[in-house]
Design a protein around this ligand. Structure first.
Ligand SMILES: Cc1cc2nc3c(=O)[nH]c(=O)nc-3n(C[C@H](O)[C@H](O)[C@H](O)COP(=O)(O)OP(=O)(O)OC[C@H]3O[C@@H](n4cnc5c(N)ncnc54)[C@H](O)[C@@H]3O)c2cc1C
Length: 236
């Protein structure tokens, strides 16, 4: 479930905030002539009133002016593993692509790339005269990875790592480690899949820790008195 405002103001900074024990996130994304500010959460786990409360608190905290803002609400598909695995997506004279075929990342909610790519794979299967091969091609291209993501989504939002929430640790590492930033960028752009993510995390653990420690000891950082963004409970 998503709820948000289109705010007629401009800003340069893209913001994401996670809440404790909450499967979803708040965002403020700059667009050409307005800001898209919103919240998403798993349906059934939070009421729309709760989402509205979190959203309004976020808007106040971030000093986002809401005069003239337009409120919107949408349902965003967040498929379970069994749906991704079991949904029938092709039959006689019909086929599904995009949201209808459950091709949405259950962690990030991103569906644009997968909608286009599934349409592409379906077109190729039709052009080759083998529409029945489309589900297998989709699975090989990315839907097995989305199924894996559906199985770990809860852990990402609610799990702990070295004594803190995974989301908090993630934001701290993003703040201080360029190698970790590269990794997260690749996940969001779709070039790093979830199934090999763990291996890459382990492989670059040494460099990530070294960069983290180095930036904590950086005299310039100490001089300006900077604190990690997520030392207060929520993380941005
Ligand atoms: C608020 C919001 C924010 C999002 N942000 C992102 C993002 O930042 N990045 C990202 O990757 N994904 C994002 N998504 C998800 C992304 O928009 C979808 O996954 C993607 O658009 C799915 O494409 P689609 O073609 O399957 O479906 P849609 O884009 O929903 O297209 C379906 C089309 O079918 C039309 N239609 C429906 N019924 C009929 C009918 N009976 N006859 C004819 N036409 C019909 C609809 O009007 C619509 O135009 C967001 C979704 C929402 C709701």
């Amino acid at each position: 479930m998503t709820l948000g405002y289109f705010v007629p103001t401009e800003e340069d900074i893209l913001k994401v905030k996670f809440l404790k024990e909450f499967e979803g996130y708040l965002w403020s994304f700059p667009r050409a002539d307005h800001l898209s500010v919103g919240i998403c959460a798993r349906m059934g786990q939070a009421t729309s009133q709760e989402l509205r409360r979190h959203l309004d608190a976020f808007v106040v905290e971030e000093k986002i002016p809401t005069a003239g803002a337009q409120l919107y609400s949408h349902v965003l598909p967040s498929p379970q593993a069994k749906t991704i695995r079991g949904r029938r997506i092709v039959g006689r004279n019909w086929a599904m692509a995009g949201d209808a075929a459950a091709t949405v990342d259950p962690i990030t909610g991103e569906g644009l790339y997968y909608a286009l790519r599934s349409g592409d794979l379906l077109a190729q299967a039709l052009a080759a005269g083998v529409p029945e091969e489309y589900p297998e091609k989709l699975r090989a291209a990315f839907s097995a990875d989305l199924e894996f993501a559906a199985n770990i989504a809860k852990k990402v939002f609610r799990g702990n790592f070295v004594g803190g929430a995974i989301t908090t640790r993630m934001v701290q590492l993003l703040n201080y480690s360029p190698a970790f930033r590269d990794l997260v960028r690749d996940v969001f752009s779709g070039s790093q899949n979830y199934r090999t993510l763990k291996r890459r995390l382990w492989n670059q653990l040494g460099i990530t820790i070294a960069e983290f420690a180095h930036s904590l000891l950086d005299p310039r950082r100490i001089a300006v008195g900077a604190t990690p963004a997520s030392e207060n409970e929520s993380s941005q």
